[in-house]
Design a protein around this ligand. Structure first.
Ligand code: HEC
Ligand code: HEC
Ligand code: HEC
Ligand code: HEC
Length: 369
């Protein structure tokens, strides 16, 4: 919300996801940022008064643009379900179009949290909406979809796109044509420094919170650490005692730095990130957290060779480690450029040929961050 405010957002439609932390929290936060949340059909159960502003009118050039919001009346409002109700979207839409026109709006924009099908049905049934911006599990709509004289658009998830919708008016100031296009916000757009700082601030705080939780857990777990399991991981230092050469080579690979990568990104306490950057995450005798199992950080010997306590059973020299071992972590998401034949030489302990050059990481993948 801080970022939306910073970008000069004129109106934000309220969706059921926004109510995840309850009504009061959302309302107070929006007040704090003076961010205009709009919802025409979301009412307080107790008083039947609107929970937010129903609409806003903004002057664009010499034209008044009216914006109103609708939320699905079938949605579960979670912690807000006892305090809020939603009235019928179509009935409310008819009233809102009339109301906005009466108040001088030339162009009417609906911020819809009804999903794609219901939004399109509503725009078909209710005249006078020029632009419907759809949310709630709607896939990207690249060019917008014309419905009578209106257009239905959706800009994709997670702020990866920016949409531009052009409404052309005729001499009588009626909607003559409308078109819309989404633009991907690729790396060429660059970051807005203030927004990047907000995101970083949020992540640091969140990570710190998880770290505190982790410390509490570590104390609990101290009595039953990994090493008490009959089968457990022993960590690379033990292997190095007898396999010095392999260990020296391993230390030169990215795998031996995988933990530091997360620490640098302040993601070392984030459950979404840790599993592939440590040894035996969530497995008996594996990594629990950095305080309880400090020797089980990084992608180590045993990630590829199996638990040290099973050493006798390690494959005989002739057995080959296959791609299967790698792709548990090198998935199409985390390692889009992964190719066993070019990647493997980089981790082989005794590779003597010319190392294949690894392709550059596409932006958006983790390596391209
Ligand atoms: C437990 C998860 C895991 C397994 C199993 C794993 N990797 Fe990795 N690999 C990683 C992570 C995480 C990184 C990134 C480390 C870093 O730079 O922080 C990485 C990085 C690499 C890199 C360096 C890429 C670069 O651009 O520098 C190569 C090469 C590689 N892995 C090859 C392999 C191969 C081949 C296998 C299978 C034999 C394998 N890995 C198995 C997690 C894993
Ligand atoms: C499914 C396993 C997996 C998960 C989960 C995972 N990573 Fe990775 N990560 C990898 C692999 C594999 C690589 C190496 C990719 C390559 O080089 O092709 C990697 C590479 C990276 C790199 C690039 C390292 C470098 O120096 O180039 C960063 C940064 C990174 N991961 C951070 C994260 C963060 C942050 C998260 C959580 C949002 C995360 N990872 C979750 C497997 C994973
Ligand atoms: C006390 C010494 C010792 C320790 C500790 C040890 N190994 Fe071994 N390892 C051996 C010996 C000896 C062999 C058999 C060597 C041979 O046949 O050349 C072997 C064989 C292996 C093999 C099979 C090699 C092959 O010939 O196919 C792998 C893989 C291996 N060890 C990995 C590990 C890993 C991973 C660890 C740590 C979890 C570890 N070792 C710890 C002594 C040790
Ligand atoms: C990314 C996966 C990976 C990691 C991590 C890894 N190894 Fe290996 N290791 C391999 C592969 C692949 C081979 C070669 C086996 C083959 O050719 O089939 C191998 C072979 C070996 C062998 C057999 C002798 C040799 O040099 O070929 C030993 C011993 C060994 N590794 C020990 C270790 C030790 C000790 C560590 C940690 C310090 C380690 N490995 C880390 C994948 C890995």
């Amino acid at each position: 919300m801080d970022a939306m405010k910073l970008l000069g957002t004129d109106a934000v439609g309220v969706g059921d996801r926004d109510l995840r932390f309850g009504y009061a929290r959302l309302h107070d936060r929006a007040e704090h940022d003076k961010l205009p949340l709009v919802s025409a059909n979301l009412l307080l159960k107790s008083t039947k008064l609107p929970a937010f502003e129903a609409s806003v009118i903004r002057k664009v050039g010499t034209v008044n643009v009216g914006v109103f919001g609708l939320i699905s009346d079938k949605a579960d409002f979670g912690p807000a379900r006892d305090s809020l109700i939603a009235t019928d979207p179509a009935v409310t839409a008819k009233k809102m179009v009339a109301d906005l026109r009466k108040r001088g709006a030339t162009v009417v924009v609906l911020l819809s949290q009804l999903g794609k099908v219901e939004t399109e049905d509503l725009v078909t049934a209710v005249d006078g909406i020029d632009v419907a911006i759809m949310g709630r599990n709607v896939g990207l709509v690249q060019k917008g979809r014309l419905i009578k004289s209106a257009i239905a658009v959706y800009g994709g998830e997670q702020g990866q796109y920016m949409g531009r919708t052009v409404v052309t008016l005729d001499g009588a100031r009626r909607n003559k044509s409308v078109e819309s296009e989404m633009f991907m916000l690729g790396p060429e757009v660059g970051e807005k420094k203030e927004v990047a700082a907000l995101v970083q601030g949020f992540e640091d705080k969140f990570n710190e919170k998880l770290r505190v939780k982790e410390k509490e857990q570590a104390v609990k777990q101290a009595t039953q650490t990994a090493q008490n399991e009959p089968d457990h991981y022993v960590g690379d230092e033990v292997c190095a005692r007898c396999h010095q050469a392999e260990s020296d080579q391993w230390k030169t690979t990215a795998h031996a730095r995988a933990w530091q990568t997360l620490v640098d990104k302040k993601k070392d306490a984030t459950p979404d990130c840790v599993p592939c950057h440590v040894l035996g995450y969530d497995k008996a005798g594996g990594f629990a957290n950095a305080s309880a199992t400090p020797k089980l950080v990084n992608v180590q010997c045993e990630n590829c060779h199996g638990m040290g306590t099973g050493h006798q059973a390690f494959p005989a020299r002739s057995a080959k480690l296959t791609e299967q071992v790698c792709i548990t972590c090198h998935t199409s998401n985390t390692s889009p450029t992964f190719n066993f034949s070019t990647y493997e030489p980089h981790i082989l302990h005794k590779f003597t040929g010319k190392l294949p050059v690894l392709p550059p990481k596409p932006t958006g993948s983790m390596g391209g961050e």
